[in-house]
Design a protein around this ligand. Structure first.
Ligand SMILES: O=C(O)CCC(=O)C(=O)O
Ligand SMILES: [Fe+2]
Length: 357
């Protein structure tokens, strides 16, 4: 990640290999992976009507007949859900299919082939696990391959697999095809709350983007482990692709966890903390997690859109026209370092920036 370059993760066992050794119904799972909270909170699966995560149709913004209604939906999605599913997003099916195929083919390789791309100390790029900063931290049931994809000259090809042979090209194509999509979204999101359409574009255009491909092995005792711990994304915006057909993403709303069932072909868009601050809270960065399937592996790919690392993030005047500034300013670098080094001590990183109103 921009900044992930300066932060390293402690080495921990490969979870895919571990899962193969303890996949019986009663096989003990190492203590560091046992998460009692995984099954202790209510999960809502078959929700309907008002409780459905919004679906936004990008085509509809292009015609005056349908755009008004779509802006209202987008505004409410960003304000109340912090997540939406995007259809007719314009990323060619073939580009998505190629990326999905190559990610699957990468992870099914033997461990030593993947370990050629292992994370190095002081970097989160490469193959390994995310954010392990202490020896007694609980661990997630997942492995990942993380690479910075933009700008092109920041790519560290040591971590870009050459096997499968088309992988680099598939990642490159996905990165370029999603570039204009994200910029369109920034523009439409600003417009949706009557801010200057250029206001967010100016901040995110040409800034770093990173792709995290996450492999969640199955676990027969799925309710005892957690794929990704509850978190909010620090970044501006995340585009999430469900790589195989296994669901597992859950988002928190009114104290309950909701399953997100992504329809085939949709991208899931997720607002990060940076965008919540920039928008003065008009957009919400919502807590989410990923749970494990007892029988099947799950794979996802998160494309993170960062602001400039030197930037001081604070509410943009465009988004404060009608009220008070709700967040303290913080440099993006400090914000992210707090997160990666767990200086927060369990406190929510956004809450501590909120100003008394
Ligand atoms: O795998 C998922 O669905 C969620 C991944 C995620 O939250 C992240 O990469 O930040
Ligand atoms: Fe996330």
């Amino acid at each position: 990640m921009a900044g992930a370059r300066a932060v390293g993760s402690l080495p921990v066992p490969n979870v895919q290999a571990l899962a193969e050794t303890c996949n019986g119904p009663d096989e003990p799972i190492p203590e560091r992976y046992i998460r009692t909270e995984a099954s202790s909170e209510e999960v809502i699966s078959n929700y309907q009507g008002d409780m459905t995560i919004p679906i936004i149709d990008l085509h509809k913004f292009l015609s005056p007949q349908s755009s008004e209604e779509e802006y209202v939906k987008l505004r409410s999605a960003c304000q109340y859900w912090g997540f939406f599913q995007l259809i007719n997003h314009g990323v060619p099916d073939e580009v998505i299919a190629n990326l999905k195929r190559d990610i699957v083919d990468f992870f099914i390789q033997p461990l030593d082939a993947k370990e050629e791309y292992s994370q190095l100390p002081n970097s989160l790029e490469g193959y390994g696990q995310a954010f392990v900063f202490s020896e007694d931290q609980k661990l997630d049931w997942a492995d990942m391959l993380y690479i910075q994809v933009h700008p092109s000259d920041s790519r560290d090809l040591r971590f870009w697999p050459t096997s499968p042979a088309s992988f680099r090209q598939s990642i490159d194509a996905y990165s370029s095809e999603t570039k204009s999509l994200a910029l369109c979204l920034f523009e439409f999101m600003a417009k949706a709350v009557d801010a200057e359409p250029e206001s967010l574009l100016g901040i995110f255009e040409e800034q770093p983007r990173g792709l995290r491909m996450t492999y969640y092995p199955p676990c027969r005792q799925a309710d005892k482990v957690m794929g990704i711990s509850p978190h909010t994304d620090v970044v501006g915006l995340t585009l999430l692709l469900q790589v195989n057909d296994v669901q597992g993403l859950q988002i928190k709303r009114d104290g309950k966890w909701f399953n997100v069932d992504a329809p085939n072909g949709a991208l899931i868009v997720n607002i990060g903390d940076t965008l919540e601050i920039l928008s003065n809270g008009k957009f919400k960065s919502v807590e989410h997690r990923a749970v494990i399937n007892p029988n099947k592996e799950r794979i996802s790919a998160s494309l993170f859109h960062y602001p400039c690392e030197n930037m001081v993030i604070s509410p943009l005047p465009e988004f404060v026209k009608d009220g008070k500034v709700k967040y303290r300013s913080i440099s993006y670098h400090d914000f992210m370092t707090q997160f990666f080094t767990e200086q927060l001590d369990g406190r929510n990183k956004l809450e501590i920036l909120k100003l008394e109103q």
